[in-house]
Design a protein around this ligand. Structure first.
Ligand SMILES: N[C@@H](CCC(=O)N[C@@H](CS)C(=O)NCC(=O)O)C(=O)O
Length: 230
């Protein structure tokens, strides 16, 4: 039976959550059949069965799992005969470090560059909730958060230096083949791609080439996603 992934939906049926993208890539890596249920910010009733209010949530038969990191661990432990997301316990722990980097460095940095675009592309009924909660989080208007992004782009690119130095020397963060750490980082870039026309990367940047490789995986799953191809 296919696994069901509940994931965040914006206008034009774009799927915009960086965390849901991590799970989408993880499911594809494991070769697990999945069905996708779109959830708007104002449709929390759809995931109330999970006992919390954030996506991603997966339902696998009787099992309900939420939080992208917990889901990745669940998929790894439940489907050990499928391609590994972590390559063992050491790899799992190191992927956890990348997960934290994605949560604490990559995604907040990205948010400061694209948050007003994210808002613009939401379904109209979601906009008041998003504006209120995110302006509370940032402590200022979304337009103010995003303002001056051209000048701040160099800072974002500098924050990618560790990723850059790795993917300049090997095809993927995880080595010759991609695995979960790559899916964590592409999750952030998918968020940007599906919400904002802002050009984040220089085409000459090794991170740009890595992103192209990631977009091509699984029959071009990322490349085909609705958004703003950059
Ligand atoms: N740590 C969680 C974060 C999940 C999360 O923040 N999801 C956002 C979408 S990107 C959400 O559902 N937000 C609902 C809300 O803000 O009301 C994970 O890795 O899955």
């Amino acid at each position: 039976m296919a696994i069901t992934l509940y994931e965040l939906q914006a206008a034009d049926d774009r799927r915009i959550s960086p965390y849901c993208w991590r799970t989408r890539f993880a499911l594809a890596h494991k070769g697990l059949a999945a069905t996708f249920v779109p959830v708007k910010f104002t449709e929390k009733d759809k995931i109330a069965f999970s006992g919390q209010d954030k996506v991603p949530v997966i339902q696998d038969g009787e099992r309900v799992v939420f939080d992208s990191w917990t889901i990745a661990g669940y998929l790894e432990d439940t489907y050990p005969d499928r391609p590994s997301l972590f390559g063992g316990e050491v790899g799992r722990s190191m992927a956890r470090f990348i997960n934290m980097w994605g949560d604490k460095v990559q995604n907040p940095n990205l948010g400061s560059l694209i948050i007003a675009d994210v808002f613009q592309g939401l379904c109209p009924e979601d906009k008041p909730y998003f504006q209120k909660t995110r302006e509370q989080r940032f402590g200022k208007a979304l337009a103010e958060v995003q303002k001056g992004r051209e000048e701040r782009l160099a800072g974002f690119r500098a924050a990618l230096e560790s990723v850059r130095s790795v993917v300049a020397e090997q095809p993927f963060i995880c080595g010759p083949k991609p695995a979960y750490a790559d899916y964590i980082v592409i999750g952030g870039f998918m968020w940007a791609r599906c919400t904002s026309p802002f050009k984040l990367l220089d085409p000459a940047d090794p991170v740009h080439a890595w992103r192209e490789r990631m977009l091509g995986l699984f029959d071009g799953m990322g490349a085909k996603a609705k958004g703003f191809p950059a």
